[in-house]
Design a protein around this ligand. Structure first.
Ligand SMILES: C[S@@+](CC[C@H](N)C(=O)[O-])C[C@H]1O[C@@H](n2cnc3c(N)ncnc32)[C@H](O)[C@@H]1O
Length: 220
C-alpha cells in the first residue's frame, strides 16, 4: 500500500481491531437499509458482484446465499476486518465463491484488484461515509461497473426528517468512528447520471436516517 493508503489503513485498523468482534451483532441496529440494498441488486445468474469496503463480510455472505450462481468479490483497507471476513466466509462454507483483497478504494478500481474486466454489480454499504476522498472512491466504483450493470450505495442520510436532538446526537457519536454523512452524494450521483446517460433511483429510508441509491449504466 502507498503512503496515503497506509494512513487510512492505520486509521481503520485502529477503529476496527476491537470493534470487529462486536461489529455484526451491534451494527445491525444502526446500519439500516443494507438488506434492502442487497435485495435491490437483483443479480442475474452468473453475475459478478463487488463490494467496496466489505468489512466483516456480512453483506458478501448474505449476497452469496441470495444469489447462489453469482461470483462475489470484496476488498477493504483494513487487514483486521479482512481477517474477520475470511474467517466468517470460511465458516459459512463460501470460500470457493467469495474472493477478498486488501486495497484502498480511493486509489484503485476493483477490476485492477481482482484482474477482471468489470463487474455486473458494485456496491458501497456504509463505506463512503468513512472514506475522506469519497468521490474518488465513488468514481472508481462507477468505472468498475459493466455496461448494463449497476452501482448501489446505502449510507447515512441527512436525518432531515428526524428530531434535531436525535440528529445532533447521532452526528456526534458517528464522529467518534470517523463517519461523516455525505450531503453531496445525491448531487454527485446526479451529475454522473447526466454525464453518462445513466438512470438514477434514490430512496430516503427511515425518515432520511439512511439513503439508498441505484445508478444503472446503459448497455452501449
Ligand atoms: C462501516 S464499515 C462497513 C462494512 C460493510 N460494508 C458493511 O456494510 O457492514 C466501513 C468499512 O469501510 C472500510 N474502508 C474505509 N476506508 C476504506 C478505503 N479507503 N478503501 C477500502 N475500504 C475502506 C473500513 O475498513 C470498514 O471495513
Amino acid at each position: 500500500l502507498a503512503e496515503v493508503s497506509r494512513d487510512a489503513a492505520v486509521a481503520m485498523d485502529t477503529i476496527y481491531r476491537t470493534q470487529r468482534h462486536i461489529y455484526d451483532a451491534s451494527r445491525k441496529y444502526f446500519l439500516l437499509g443494507r438488506d434492502r440494498m442487497l435485495d435491490g441488486l437483483a443479480a442475474p445468474a452468473g453475475a459478478s458482484i463487488l463490494e467496496v469496503g466489505c468489512g466483516t463480510g456480512r453483506n458478501l455472505i448474505l449476497a452469496a446465499r441470495r444469489y447462489p450462481d453469482a461470483r462475489l468479490y470484496g476488498f477493504d483497507i483494513s487487514e483486521a476486518m479482512l481477517e474477520t471476513a475470511a474467517r466468517s466466509i470460511e465458516r459459512a462454507g463460501l470460500q470457493a465463491r467469495v474472493r477478498l483483497a486488501l486495497a484502498d478504494a480511493a486509489r484503485i478500481e476493483g477490476q485492477d484488484v481482482f484482474g477482471l474486466a468489470t463487474f455486473d454489480r458494485v456496491f458501497f454499504s456504509y463505506t463512503l461515509s468513512m472514506i475522506p476522498p469519497w468521490q474518488e472512491a465513488l468514481f472508481n466504483g462507477w468505472r468498475s461497473v459493466a455496461p448494463g450493470g449497476s452501482l448501489h450505495v446505502v449510507d447515512f442520510g441527512e436525518q432531515s426528517e428526524l428530531p434535531d436532538l436525535f440528529r445532533r446526537g447521532l452526528r456526534a457519536w458517528l464522529g467518534k468512528f470517523s463517519v461523516t454523512p455525505r450531503a453531496q452524494l445525491e448531487d454527485v450521483l446526479s451529475a454522473l447520471a447526466e454525464r453518462d446517460g445513466a438512470r438514477l433511483r434514490l430512496n430516503r429510508l427511515y425518515r432520511d436516517y439512511a439513503r439508498l441509491a441505484v445508478l444503472e449504466k446503459t448497455r452501449s
